[in-house]
Write a protein that binds this ligand. Structure first.
Ligand code: ZN
Length: 411
């Protein structure tokens, strides 16, 4: 040590400094060893992880196999595969022995593979090879049969009835579907509420297109620029533009509405469909999570007079009795939304749900009024006179769906 060589006694400070240096000398190697050990551990863990990742099969793990997912019928995801023979497909799954796919099944399978939403099948190349082998023509009998249209029906007995809509579009099998039971006792009461507003309710359109689309009577308004009614406030974060309204009704006045309010079904329900103004059109908005808002209102029968006209616009229905027919209501006969739904101040339920017809997109903020509108039996008969492709257009309401932990608010 320096001070010994120099023969000078160390000061207190020097002694202290020396002590510190010595203790650090002792401490450092131990610390380093620990750090090295830690580093090795980390490297080893990383190596293990990398080996695991490289070993892990890229297909199959956590990913349902094609056989599993085919049970959910991926081919119906877009509902465009009208050529698909549904029953064959399902029967095929039930059987244990593999059966060659028909041409339509192969086509839809390939479409499913190319769909980015769809998980990769175990081996698409193998499927293609198999397809090439079994590329035999179909039996003539099968080809001649007119294929069931990829449409939906409200009749539970039909193959494409409400409980099979997921075959028309798999999204109809989702967890947040509409309509639902609306119960005052179980709804969450909202205390600090923003008022729900509908601007432009008394605006008159240039014309109104009335359509019998085979499932309902739909009124689509043709607005001048800036005249379109705007819905905002309440549960809505942005402004929603009016698109159309349509109805759901029953064969008689004991049924008809889609939502069930305190265990009561009403003879009819109107749906006023709005789309988020952030998007260009209804078609674009309906795919977005905040795309659609639908105002639902019930109708109850006006008992006091059989002859009184409450909804004069129902007279136009006689022009669209045939399915797929339409009628253009000229400006002179148009009527504002106010004439249909009246004042826009009522307590209402709101919840997150879906369109109630395929494709059942779960992008709808539902606003369902608790105050029913009035309709006469004579006006209801105008609706029941309409025809669907399968007969009288009645009971065009979907059965109630499970709530599945959603919350329903009462504003
Ligand atoms: Zn509807």
């Amino acid at each position: 040590m320096d001070y010994i060589v120099a023969g000078v006694a160390p000061t207190v400070e020097e002694q202290e400094a020396e002590r510190l240096v010595t203790s650090e000398d002792v401490f450092l190697p131990e610390c380093l060893a620990e750090m090295l050990l830690l580093k090795w551990h980390a490297q080893f863990a990383l190596l293990n992880f990398l080996m695991f990742m490289s070993w892990r099969p890229t297909r199959g793990l956590n990913v349902p196999s094609f056989e599993t997912t085919s049970r959910l019928n991926p081919t119906s995801r877009t509902g465009d595969f009208s050529t698909l023979q549904e029953t064959d497909y399902y029967d095929e799954y039930e059987r244990s022995a593999p059966k060659p796919l028909t041409r339509d099944q192969r086509r839809s399978k390939l479409a499913a593979i190319s769909n980015p939403d769809f998980y990769f099948p175990p081996d698409p190349e193998a499927d293609l090879a198999e397809d090439a082998e079994t590329n035999a023509p179909e039996p003539v009998l099968q080809r001649q049969q007119p294929r069931a249209q990829a449409s939906f029906s409200y009749n539970e007995k039909d193959k494409n009835g409400p409980s099979h809509w997921y075959r028309v579009d798999s999204r109809c099998g989702g967890r947040y579907q509409s309509p639902i039971l609306l119960n005052t006792s179980s709804a969450l009461l909202v205390n600090r509420k923003r008022p729900l507003r509908l601007d432009g309710q008394t605006n008159l359109p240039q014309s109104i297109l009335l359509q019998n689309d085979g499932h309902s009577a739909k009124f689509t308004y043709n607005w001048r620029n800036g005249d379109c009614p705007v819905l905002h406030g309440g549960p809505l974060k942005t402004k929603y533009l009016f698109d159309q309204f349509h109805f759901h009704w029953g064969v008689n006045s004991t049924v008809g509405s889609e939502h069930v309010y305190d265990y009561q079904r009403y003879p009819m329900e109107i749906h006023l469909v709005f789309y988020n103004g952030l998007y260009e059109s209804f078609q674009e908005a309906r795919e977005q999570v905040d795309g659609i808002a639908v105002v639902g209102m019930f109708y109850e029968i006006y008992q006091h007079s059989a002859t009184e006209q409450l909804n004069t616009w129902t007279r136009f229905l006689r022009n669209v009795i045939a399915p797929s027919s339409e009628y253009n209501i000229p400006f002179i006969d148009t009527f504002p939304l106010y004439e249909v739904i009246g004042d826009f101040e009522w307590p209402y339920f709101t919840y997150e749900g879906s369109l109630t017809t395929p494709p059942c997109l779960e992008t709808v903020t539902w606003i369902v009024s608790t105050k029913p509108l009035l309709v006469t039996e004579r006006e209801m008969r105008q609706f029941r006179r309409l025809q669907s492709p399968t007969g009288q257009m009645v009971n065009n309401f979907r059965p109630v769906q499970k709530l599945n932990h959603r919350r329903v608010f009462l504003y």
